[in-house]
Write a protein of this length. Structure first.
Length: 109
């Protein structure tokens, strides 16, 4: 096999890999779009109440709250640290505020 001229077999393998990865790429892009369509978590949600969820940490006096801890740096936050809102694995079907907090907060690794 000549390294400067790809063989037909190599071409077919590379084409198969590219074609088979297209649905995965489309799925990942669609997933990101769906995350933006999710509604914000209402503080009246039973799970939000159980975990003492708040949309902002300003003036928060919860016993477990530590300054500097918010949703954007929590391991359950499924968005970029600088995003205003993103899905949270604790609240399926909803987005939470990046500056929010709940009692299940755990530092992102």
């Amino acid at each position: 096999m000549n390294p400067t001229r790809p063989s037909r077999r190599r071409f077919l393998i590379e084409t198969a890999v590219v074609v088979s990865s297209l649905p995965l790429g489309a799925h990942l892009l669609a997933r990101e779009a769906h995350a933006q369509d999710l509604p914000m978590l209402p503080t009246s949600n039973p799970q939000a109440k159980a975990l003492a969820y708040v949309e902002t940490t300003d003036g928060l006096t919860h016993a477990n709250f530590k300054p500097g801890s918010d949703c954007s740096n929590c391991q359950f936050y499924a968005g970029a640290a600088d995003s205003a809102a993103a899905p949270c694995t604790l609240f399926p079907g909803h987005r939470v505020a990046g500056k929010g907090w709940c009692s299940a907060w755990a530092k992102k690794a």
